[in-house]
Design a protein around this ligand. Sequence first.
Ligand code: GDP
Length: 297
Amino acid sequence: MFENLSDRLGGVFDRLTKQGALSEDDVTAAMREVRVALLEADVSLPVARSFVKSVTAKATGAAVTKSVSPGQQVVKIVHDELIRVLQGDDAPEALRIDNPPAPILMVGLQGSGKTTTTAKLALRLKDREKKRVLMASLDTNRPAAMEQLAILGQQIGVDTLPIVPGQTAPQIAQRAKTQASLGGYDVVLLDTAGRLHIDETLMSEVQQVRDIAQPRETILVVDGLTGQDAVNVATEFDGKVGISGVVLTRMDGDGRGGAALSMRAITGKPIRFVGLGEKMDALETFDAQRVAGRILG
Ligand code: GDP
């Protein structure tokens, strides 16, 4: 995912660390290159700007430039700043799934990987957290999507709400909640309908479902390959329905990584998980430290 960015930054920092003594101008010139590398990775302009500004302010002081290994100190400052931009100032918190049954609303555009991610998350909650999970598809426009979730449920050994043709999404949400209470489930994952574009119909349906489900978490699934678009989608969903976290899918692909770097800073919402493939176990907790490590090679 971060190969290009990683290569670019690697080149800049190799030169910087080999150089020995550093002047403020050296640091400023290196940071100019970092800014270009971030923009080429599709990081949003305000995020790239503020990143470089913050690193430059910390790295041009005498404590760094006159130190024994100034290049390495600059790399350390960049590393810490990457972690800050990836996760904000707060340590990541656990999903709020106490008080069973906890409804989790899964939202996103069609094709983002929403249904796959719903099942991946269900499997994770079942296996790692020993939760009893119920999944329900609310995609009344696409019977195939409902079938897909049922098939995935069978594969991973997680129950899905039986399909009742003719029900509306809010009706299914209500039925899922009731079934989750009666059946003693810990978590109920609601896979809402996706559309190719954000439109009023999609948003008003998700709002109705949200009002009925009263979700503990509303997780937006977005395609990590789409860079700044992913961040725009998150901003829109957050404005219209309110999201509590994000899953970036297709992080196994050769996208440029901008979505991961801009998401928190622009939306204020944490990236919870990353999708790393089509298989059911290809979902990883988002770990800013590890991602920063990957970016810096
Ligand atoms: P939905 O329309 O948003 O529900 O999307 P789906 O869950 O049906 O996923 C669309 C396609 O993307 C499927 O072929 C998935 O296997 C694939 N997919 C989902 N997540 C990932 C991921 O993290 N990596 C890769 N490589 N493919 C994924």
